[in-house]
Design a protein around this ligand. Sequence first.
Ligand SMILES: Cc1ncc(COP(=O)(O)O)c(C=O)c1O
Length: 457
Amino acid sequence: MSVTDSTHTSELVARAKEITERELVIYSERTKGSQAATERARKVLPAGVPSSFQAYDPHPIVVRHASGSHMVDVDGNEYVDYDMGFGALFAGHMHPAVKRAVEAQLSEGTLYVTPCELDADVAELLAERYGFPMWRPTNSGTEATMDAIRLARGVTKREKLVKVEGGYHGHHDEVMISNKPDLADAGPADAPHSIPQSGGITQGTIDDVIVVPYNDADALERVLRNEDVAAFIVEPVMENIGICLPQPGYLEAVREICSKYGTLLIFDEVKTGITAGVGGATKALGVTPDLITLAKSIGGGFPVGAFGGKAEYMDLITTGEVLHLGTYNGNPLVMAAAKATLTEACTAEAVGEAIARNHRLVGACQQIIDDAGLPAHTVEFGAKGCITWSPEPVTNYRDYKATDFDLAFAQWMHGINRGILLPPGLDEQWLISVMHSEDDAMRYADVFSEFVDELTA
Ligand SMILES: Cc1ncc(COP(=O)(O)O)c(C=O)c1O
């Protein structure tokens, strides 16, 4: 970056901080009902929220109603929802087909704990889309990655796990390592330390998890050569640091290295899922892992997950050598929602349209960035997109940490006060669901353009 570039960026950052300060006051004024609801909730729920991801300062918006691509908070403010349940609502809020299927199932019963035909219906649909013959449903992405890792350990009879720095795979202990480590603790970029992200994780677990940088096949090979590793778990496209794409050849190299050392490759497609296209990132990118984990977008807003894989691995569950259990697995309401999502709401045609709409939105935002000469760029994958506040592409967690969070936060605050609802953590991306109209999608670009006008005035 030249001196002129860095002066330009510091001027933008100074302006961004002024915008943030003003927008925080506006936010407090227009969300007094959410503030009161959060104060009440804080007395009975830690941080006033059911999951710590939902907490942000000064208080989160508290929602009363959602439908299609819109949400209304308890103060009556309306938002176009681009968060869409951290990407879970690719079908939209209460898609008519999902609603019909769940309502019909309600009159047939909500829980059997003995199989129903919907279990196989959904597994067949996943087999068709992802090309693996056998699947098991879970209740969340966390369970899917936890069970896939156990299966990989059962198959390989090895204990170590390798994950990527900056990668999030749910909240069980062994993947709560180096999700967003402080760089002061994180160690060398090509051989990062394993940093627990929460209290309560044992040293034994930390020792079992080795962390590598994304987009660095050599670093992976160095680890697999020297350690007996059961599995490498990775999002084929990282979607918890904005959107971080694999560099050409990276996933192919990862595939080859894992096969060479007898390590199972787990693609965590909880976020890419069907938002990447009907067969997920696996089909879109053409690299086949050994196991796939899914959740979010396949469930139409219901608490679902699934993992599937090659028959030789899933057979260990058939024989009972590896156990996979759960009272609510295959819950009929959830299976009815997943079936309707996969067959009626998120058809190949609807998915294609959402991806095309997203492409137009990404193009409009990139044009605004180019016209204003901003130190930012857009990234897109399937029906998702993001604005990353750095001139250079992000290839791993360390690059992501070098992006400008002041500019990102100012844009987020400015947007939420104008009805643009994005995930709060600045590490996510927008999702254009099958229920976002062209106007809904483009609203984001209109508000972004207003923000850029102010920023550069
Ligand atoms: C890539 C990835 N894997 C797993 C999970 C965990 O899913 P869940 O929140 O359903 O437990 C998430 C959640 O955001 C995720 O992004």
